[in-house]
Design a protein. Structure first.
Length: 240
């Protein structure tokens, strides 16, 4: 009797299992949801637009050429020294193109001094006290790196003097106006701070100078001036 009950239970269990398997086979297959790929973080593109102010330090190399009033030959002498100053400007970026304007001022009075002598031994000397430029800038932005060229008008204060054979001195101070062209690299340290290095050439051409001393009452010469500058600086930009 017990054996019959046990066998019957097995048969009932087997039938129930088969019935549930058949019902499960008839159910629709559940499709797993598609895997969502992780969102990659893309750093924002550096923005060069905005108004900026900054400062710079560097070195200047100037060459002067004076015409000898007695022989007509040129007496050329060079001046090398330090410079320092500041700059202000503004940029506007169009994709990779960056357009801008900039004005700078460099004090050079401690360094850019030079002197020579004419054919009879008079001493001629010149000191470039400061330079300044107002330029347009055109650059190509490679995210945080900006490669640019610049060009415009240049100014310089020139102090020139003549000392005759008797030690008598005559001097004149005036402002020169010329042109400038240059190029540089600027790198964004943060969204508002950037560092740059730049080379500029300033050409001022020739200017007639007149001196008068007891031994040289009417001394006239033509003096050329050209300046090359290498500057490293920092800018703070007020842009977005």
């Amino acid at each position: 009797m017990k054996l019959r009950v046990f066998v019957g239970g097995l048969v009932l269990a087997a039938g129930t299992g088969l019935s549930l398997s058949a019902m499960a086979a008839d159910l629709p297959v559940r499709v797993a949801p598609p895997t969502v790929p992780p969102v990659a973080y893309v750093s924002p593109v550096y923005n060069w637009s905005g108004f900026y102010v900054g400062g710079h330090l560097g070195g200047g190399f100037a060459d002067s050429s004076w015409s000898d009033p007695f022989t007509g030959a040129n007496d050329t002498f060079n001046k090398l020294g330090f410079l320092g100053g500041g700059q202000v400007g503004a940029n506007l970026q169009f994709n990779a193109l960056v357009l801008g304007v900039e004005g700078d001022f460099s004090w050079t009075g401690l360094g850019l001094k030079g002197s020579g002598t004419d054919s009879i031994g008079n001493t001629i000397a010149t000191t470039t006290n400061w330079t300044s430029t107002v330029t347009g800038r055109v650059g190509a932005a490679f995210d945080r790196l900006l490669v640019y060229g610049k060009g415009g008008v240049a100014f310089a204060q020139d102090n020139s003097s003549l000392t005759d054979l008797g030690g008598n001195n005559s001097s004149t101070t005036f402002m020169r106006t010329g042109w400038t062209a240059g190029a540089g690299l600027e790198y964004g340290l943060s969204q508002n701070w950037s560092a740059k290095i730049e080379y500029d050439y300033l050409g001022f051409g020739s200017k007639a100078l007149n001196f008068s001393t007891p031994l040289q009452p009417a001394y006239t010469t033509n003096a050329n001036l050209n300046v090359q500058e290498v500057k490293a600086g920092l800018n703070f930009r007020f842009g977005p």
